[in-house]
Design a binder for this molecule. Structure first.
Ligand code: ATP
Length: 364
């Protein structure tokens, strides 16, 4: 069992709080992604777990063992860092085999593991090569292969695919996901690439300014972001936000956006009615609106500014009443810049956000 338990971990650089009282439990064999913008503290937290930069406060345990004060080599982990620290004087085979030789495994087992890891990373044809004769992406794959060959119970990876070109990265992320599931290692994987996070993680911990804002399944983080930051950070394009005003009309609670009214779902009505007369933010994803080429009941008229035909969808930038949003349509939807379209906002697809706290509002 290799559960990783992080309790109230804090790390400062001088007066700067890089990791601010973070608690997180990663289950045995779970693939946890730490996701967040540059500088939010992902690497600092990962280094604290690895034992490469001791936490100033808090406790870290791995597999039920308190490792808070243990050096990295005694924590039973394998690591891959962005600055793939491979040995320049060793060829690829010896680089991958390094940790296995230290463990004094027998020769056949080492050979077997090195070849398998190299094969998975598509560097099996380079085992005799030295790092100076390899590209950055190839060297990075050596570092990943070395970590995988160790077959540790815990793997910590910091942007391990960052130096690969887009196509290889796409292929590698699927390969790595399959491989790590097979190895059954508990993994913490740092990335600032939200698509990589969504595609690979069992769960995602979204970080900002040294804290974790939300930990949940990828689809939950996407569909039910805890706040405006997460809705705006995850998704391509990010969630649209519209400012409206809550009005109670008879028994109904509506949100006025200019002269258009959005109705809220019965589950949200009691929550939004507390905002009567006050502003509210409506968050809606590009693919969650219905777009028509002709007027329709309950539809908002908008003007198309830009059409981006992306193959699997058309991405429209549309404007109405001072707002500008992105709307996704089926690729067969015919429109052009300056045309008019009509948008419907299915009630269940709208996320309501308190404009002061920026927190999303959900029924209990
Ligand atoms: P990136 O995605 O760019 O790698 P990150 O989320 O991993 O970013 P960290 O590298 O953990 O961020 O850095 C968090 C903050 O701590 C940053 O503001 C960074 O400037 C600061 N920081 C990191 N290491 C040090 C250090 N050794 N001394 C001082 N400040 C540091």
């Amino acid at each position: 069992m290799s559960e990783i338990r992080i309790e109230n971990v804090t790390k400062r650089f001088g007066k700067f709080l890089a990791v601010n009282d973070i608690s997180l439990t990663v289950a045995d064999r779970e693939f946890m992604v730490l996701l967040g913008p540059s500088g939010c503290g992902k690497t600092t937290l990962l280094r604290a777990i690895a034992g490469l930069g001791m936490a100033d406060e808090g406790r870290i345990s791995i597999g039920g063992r308190d490792v808070t004060y243990l050096p990295a080599r005694e924590r039973g982990i394998s690591m891959v860092f962005q600055s793939y620290a491979i040995f320049p004087h060793m060829n690829v085979f010896d680089n991958i085999a390094f940790g296995l030789k230290m463990q004094k495994l027998d020769k056949a087992e080492i050979e077997n593991r090195v070849r398998r890891a190299a094969g998975l990373l598509h560097i099996e044809g380079m085992l005799d090569r030295f790092p100076s004769k390899m590209s950055g992406g190839q060297r990075q794959r050596v570092a990943v292969a070395r970590a995988i060959a160790m077959q540790s119970q815990v793997l910590l990876m910091d942007e391990p695919l960052s130096n690969l070109d887009a196509l290889l990265r796409l292929e590698m992320r699927a390969e790595l996901k399959r491989l790590l599931a097979e190895l059954g290692a508990t993994t913490i994987y740092v990335t600032h690439d939200q698509i990589e996070a969504m595609s690979m993680g069992d769960r995602i911990a979204v970080m900002r300014d040294g804290i974790i804002e939300q930990v949940d399944f990828p689809t939950t983080v996407y569909d039910h972001p805890a706040n405006q930051f997460i809705g705006g950070f995850i998704g391509t394009p990010p969630m649209n936000f519209l400012t409206g005003q809550v009005q109670r009309q008879g028994g109904r609670t509506v949100v006025r956006i200019g002269d258009f009214s959005l109705t809220c779902s019965p589950a949200m009505a009691p929550i939004l009615s507390a905002y009567d007369g006050k502003p509210i933010l409506a968050g809606i994803r590009a693919e969650n609106m219905e777009t028509r080429a002709s007027p329709a009941e309950d539809a908002l008229r908008a003007t198309v500014l830009v059409v981006e035909p992306l193959g699997s969808q058309n991405l429209l930038t549309v404007a109405f009443g001072g707002h500008r949003i992105k709307v996704s349509t089926h690729p067969s939807f015919q429109t052009h810049a300056d045309a008019e379209v009509w948008l419907r906002f299915p009630t269940d697809n709208i996320r309501w956000i308190d404009p002061e706290t920026k927190r999303a509002l959900y029924p209990k």
